[in-house]
Write a protein that binds this ligand. Sequence first.
Ligand code: C2E
Ligand code: MG
Ligand code: MG
Length: 328
Amino acid sequence: MYHTSLSHRGIGIAVYPLDGTDDQELAKHADVAMYQAKESGRNALQFYSEEINQLSIERLRMEGELRKAIDNNELFLDYQPKVKTSTGHMTGMEALVRWNHPGLGILFPVQFIKYAENCGLITQLGAWVLRQACQDAALWTKNGFTGLKLAVNLSALQLQDGTQLVELVKQCLQETGIEPQLLELEITESMMVNDSNQAASILTQLRDMGVSITLDDFGTGHSSLALLRNLPVQTIKIDRSFVTNLKAESHNANFIGAIISMAKNLNLHVVVEGIETAEQLNVMQHHGGDEVQGFYFSPPLGREALLDLLSGRLPFGGGLENTGNIPE
Ligand code: C2E
Ligand code: MG
Ligand code: MG
């Protein structure tokens, strides 16, 4: 006897008598296995096991703690500068969320975003991120650093609940006085697979408000070109996996060159992430990528440290110039 749980992204299986001796227990454990199958994100099939059970307990614990994290002010944002390739001027920054977990220390998004998405908390977390980032951007503007673009990452689930997202963006812009043209929303390809028509309609509403849309981690998903055709995207951000081991005469350099030429033909702006060395920067300059981002210039910085960087109190990596104003 066995019990299977099915969802559109995974199948979980529990086998009698190893995984349960009655129908109820088997069903519960098949569900636990299905959750894990879904999380692996590959339309997977997963058998129940003790290890899977432990992961499930861990997930429930993290979801519970994350629920409290927002109210307890345990989340914070770091900001990573983006730089214009041709001039070295800073054009803006990307907000990246972190969780100062009371027992585990600082956690990075890869360690908790999936839990937030799983239990629906991502809407609340995403709203906190957007509001906080807009408030911080207003602070920099108040300190005289105008014209910097603020990029915020979005989760697919925020797009599924689209009306709420459009309202949230309007509210945050109104509350903080940030111009819509200075807000950029980064979405990833993997998010779109479920319902790209719904996403296109929401993103079009946001674009019509003046907010710009960037396709993040470009080149890693399966549907990059179809998405570019269907979505109102202004910018692509080439994934850092293309930048690793980037040498002037290399397969990856040819790839980046080809992506940039395609993007130019489609009138798209190109950002390249994960620049860590001068050589990688040279390749980008050679191929004409518009903007770059990476540890070579700056790691993600806390709000105050970013203000120090803008004020010239912190050195800007890569020997490039630092200015709050976008040239042109
Ligand atoms: P992403 O948007 O592609 O962000 C870039 C990630 O690469 C960041 O990791 C950043 O710290 C890291 N990075 C930047 N430059 C370099 C470099 O030169 N070398 C290397 N090796 N890494 C570099 P982080 O902060 O851990 O964020 C990971 C992902 O989590 C982000 O990828 C984004 O997809 C997601 N994320 C971050 N903040 C949020 C958020 O507020 N909401 C949502 N939904 N997702 C978020
Ligand atoms: Mg991003
Ligand atoms: Mg990325």
